[in-house]
Write a protein that binds this ligand. Structure first.
Ligand SMILES: NC(=O)c1ccc[n+]([C@@H]2O[C@H](COP(=O)([O-])OP(=O)(O)OC[C@H]3O[C@@H](n4cnc5c(N)ncnc54)[C@H](OP(=O)(O)O)[C@@H]3O)[C@@H](O)[C@H]2O)c1
Length: 256
């Protein structure tokens, strides 16, 4: 099966790595043919001369341009192949308005962990996507991580919790490491300590039966260090501040 990527920036490049490993054939088309060739050579895939040439030769198209480029890029193309869009905030309805009303359309929301084939990806479809095509789309998304089928109405929330949240998690890691430096550790060591702890804490949740609150209670000895730190964290509104940042992310996704 041949997959054609229109727009191959950071996210599509990460995805292409997984897709290639699953033996799909990949061709891409970028802003212009020179850019296509440069990116294709870097990723070890083929470059198309134009978006239309790509559409004509592939089985499935993957759209990886920025939200504000969608109408400009799709408007003058004759699209007669199923389209998978990774574009944040752009609905199936909006995609069908710029392609054609009965085109099979799939929306996915990956995250940058696709770089290590561990993306958490949401997927949904319109009514013109057969079960077989959906299964193929899931084979594609499973090639670069884990797939969650969600109703489209939950995509903006998913975008915040999984698409954008790695940035918030990196900020959290960076802040903890800075605290380590403040108290005398060198930065490299502090980052390594914090990163390993975050990784193992996630694995503990995924592999065990304890909820986050169960684990918090287990770590917080009466009168101990952790409860002192936890209460201080909430004094500065940690939970409220995080929820507020998710609200802002969802609001922005709805504006795109
Ligand atoms: N990054 C994330 O973590 C993430 C997560 C989930 C979803 N997404 C979605 O993935 C999409 C791509 O994001 P990204 O972070 O990969 O952005 P990006 O790196 O800027 O990728 C967009 C690519 O499209 C190219 N492009 C610009 N105009 C084009 C045209 N007319 N035809 C074909 N390609 C064109 C850009 O080339 P130039 O650089 O030359 O402009 C760039 O290589 C976005 O819609 C975003 O919402 C991203």
């Amino acid at each position: 099966m041949k997959i054609g990527f229109i727009g191959a920036g950071k996210m599509a490049s990460a995805i292409i790595k997984g897709v290639k490993a699953k033996s799909f054939t990949v061709v891409l088309s970028e802003r212009d043919s020179k850019a296509s060739l440069t990116v294709a050579n870097r990723l070890g895939v083929a470059a198309a001369q134009s978006h239309q040439e790509l559409i004509d030769e592939v089985d499935i198209i993957v759209l990886g341009v920025k939200p504000q480029m969608v109408e400009t890029v799709l408007a003058h193309l004759n699209i007669n192949k199923p389209l998978i869009s990774m574009v944040a905030g752009v609905s199936l309805e909006r995609l069908s308005q710029v392609t054609q009303p009965t085109l099979p359309l799939i929306r996915i929301m990956p995250n940058l962990n696709a770089q290590i084939l561990k993306s958490t990806t949401a997927i949904c479809r319109n009514q013109y996507v057969s079960d077989q095509l959906m299964a193929t789309a899931k084979t594609i998304t499973d090639s670069f991580g884990t797939t969650f089928e969600l109703p489209e109405q939950d995509f903006d929330t998913f975008t915040a919790l999984a698409g954008s949240s790695p940035a918030y998690i990196y900020l959290f890691i960076e802040a903890l490491a800075k605290a380590g430096v403040k108290h005398g550790l060198n930065k490299k060591q502090a980052l390594e300590i914090v990163t390993q702890t975050v990784l193992a804490s996630s694995q503990n949740l995924l592999t065990g039966t304890d909820s986050p609150n169960d684990l918090i209670d287990k770590i917080s000895s009466p009168g101990g260090t952790t409860i002192a730190g936890l209460l201080d964290l909430e004094k500065s509104g940690f939970t409220a501040s995080l929820v507020s940042s998710i609200d802002a992310t969802i609001a922005k996704a709805k504006e795109l």
